[in-house]
Design a protein around this ligand. Sequence first.
Ligand SMILES: Nc1ncnc2c1ncn2[C@@H]1O[C@H](COP(=O)(O)OP(=O)(O)O)[C@@H](O)[C@H]1O
Ligand SMILES: [Mg+2]
Length: 502
Amino acid sequence: MRETWTARMWRGQTIRTRSDVVRTEHIPYRPAPLTYSLAALRWSLWTVGMLAWGAIYIPAAGAALALLVLGGLLAGSWGLVAAAVLASLAGRLWARFWPVHWQRWGIGRAHRFWRRLRYRWSWDDVLAASGVKATDARHNISVPRLLWVSLGEHADALHVQLCAGITPATLAAQTDALASEWCALEVRVQAHPWRPGWVLLRVVYRDVLADDPAATAGPTDFRWLDVGRCEDGRRWWLRLMGTHILIAGLTGAGKSGLVAGIVKGLCPAIADGRVRLIGIDPKGGMEYRMYSELFYMLAYGTDDALVAALEAAADLMAERANQFGGRIRKLLRPTTTWPLYVLLVDEIAALTSFIANRELKERASAALNRMLTQGRAPGVVVVGCIQDPRKEVLPMRDRFGYRVGLRQDSPDEVRMTLSETAYDRGARCDLIPEDCPGIGYVIDDDGARREPVKVRADWVPDAELIWLAAQYPAPTQVDVPPLAAKNRTPVRATREDKGRAA
Ligand SMILES: Nc1ncnc2c1ncn2[C@@H]1O[C@H](COP(=O)(O)OP(=O)(O)O)[C@@H](O)[C@H]1O
Ligand SMILES: [Mg+2]
């Protein structure tokens, strides 16, 4: 009981009390002068604090302020004037000769600091005016409390504590009003990463993901791949080692584009033999044949070939695990002797549900499952694309620690592919516009990041892929072995066999 009472005390902030309502409780009397002095003290402390913080946060403003104080102290009012002239001249020169630097450390920082002040100043009024307020039994009106603000270059995160009567949905219903008040592009409500009862308001000012992608990415490591951009303007580093990657999206959502980005990042490591690509392309090799020189093994065409390649990869993994004899608990560091196998599957559902022959289908699922459960430590990474997240895929979902949800049809599909809570945490894959392929949300379970991050993959043109394939061919290439006959009793003829017989 006591706990509930304390919690109520601290949640939300009272912004108005109706004096015409007769209260039944004792109100502590505080003389007006004391109230006013306390308020004045609070405001002056806040102003001094903000001034000091502003001077540190915007180094240019801090330097100008210091110059003014120094000028004033040394030479009175003439000193002040001289310092002001000097400061503005320095600012002009800085902006003229180092515009990028000026933008970043001067204007950009001032903008952000201004945003922080504006959130604080307007918070009560904006929320109350938008209807995000609750009235308690004593007619006190409360709004959620703004705890603190994390400023980003193009998007800010506001940590908000909800009050009684206000749910994340109440806030989500008013995000348009908030966005228009703060002149933002979009405001999203996300679950708070640490605390129930709090939410994260993401206020986005510029949709960097809708801009044209950067021409080329910088040098890449094969363990973390630089494949695109995040919403806050930083690079999107995709985790490759120690996890499996699931890429879900409708046709044209950009699945193959992202896979091409991954392949591009791996190229140098493929050429020096530290990474071996195994490609499984159920669409007759439409995608992967374009850059077939990069593959260690490439399977397409018949179902037999696809399953044989899957089993070969699973056997490779088992063999390696045996060689290590259970001595690998941690991640294997890929070398030319112990290369990392990256298995690319263009459509997982084609293997787990669309193969007509039941036995083949079961063998495919079994091999895939083996790799998904045991592949990480021996250095086998599965990168699987999926278009149709139906229940066949569900049991496997959790074994993919790194999941990317591109454009999808409905919230249910988002829940199926990313996680049960992803949609409520802000992964709105169903709202991604059709003309923005490559945009999606990422969940990195293995990296302990369950909060979806909005990203966009860089586009790798076909011509560049063909050039990369000629430039970085795989040193070893093997054919898909014939499908092992073990356990294989031809229960019934496949469609293909029937065709041939006819
Ligand atoms: N990251 C991206 N940035 C810009 N355009 C992209 C991106 N990814 C894909 N596209 C465009 O969308 C089209 C379809 O993408 P694709 O990757 O083939 O989709 P999927 O494999 O999901 O069906 C591509 O031909 C390309 O023009
Ligand atoms: Mg595709």
